[in-house]
Design a protein around this ligand. Structure first.
Ligand code: FES
Length: 155
């Protein structure tokens, strides 16, 4: 039953959605708003594939109830390079230059988490970046290059 309702901005665009009270932000994004860039890995808060920003803070969208996000601003991977000139966000560009992915499934979450990591100032050393990105799992094992990409985007 669609007993809940939420109004929020996603990538600068305002949406009002009728939802089940148990709907996660992840399902709202992917299934109702068609924003499938945010990935579902575990759906249980363990992998970080679903990382997005809510009011500039990193969250696991799979653990976040959409109904609680009234009035918030959500940023997903689709919101980083929305222009028509294909200009990427510096961290997206850095992921390409540092070869920071293989299959790419975790990449949207890694990039959103990396942006959070940079904004929070946890970039003092490779170890610090690694620690503050530790909620994002990469089954291909690209961690070294992910850290390099975040370092490149900071510099
Ligand atoms: Fe949300 Fe894995 S899908 S943490």
């Amino acid at each position: 039953p669609l007993s809940g309702r939420v109004s929020l901005a996603v990538n600068g665009e305002r949406h009002t959605a009728l939802i089940d009270n148990r709907t996660s932000l992840l399902d709202l994004l992917r299934e109702q708003l068609g924003l499938t860039g945010t990935k579902k890995g575990c759906d249980a808060g363990a992998c970080g594939a679903c990382t997005v920003l809510v009011d500039s803070r990193r969250v696991n969208a799979c653990l976040t109830l959409a109904v609680r996000l009234e009035g918030t601003e959500v940023t997903t991977i689709e919101g980083l390079a929305p222009g028509e000139n294909d200009e990427l966000h510096p961290l997206q560009q850095a992921f390409i230059e540092q070869d920071a992915f293989q299959c790419g499934y975790c990449t949207p979450g890694q990039i959103m988490s990396g942006i959070g990591c940079i904004r929070e100032g946890h970039t003092g050393s490779p170890q610090e970046i690694r620690e503050w990105m530790s909620g994002n799992i990469c089954r291909c094992g690209c961690y070294v290059n992910v850290v390099r990409a975040v370092e490149q985007a900071v510099s």
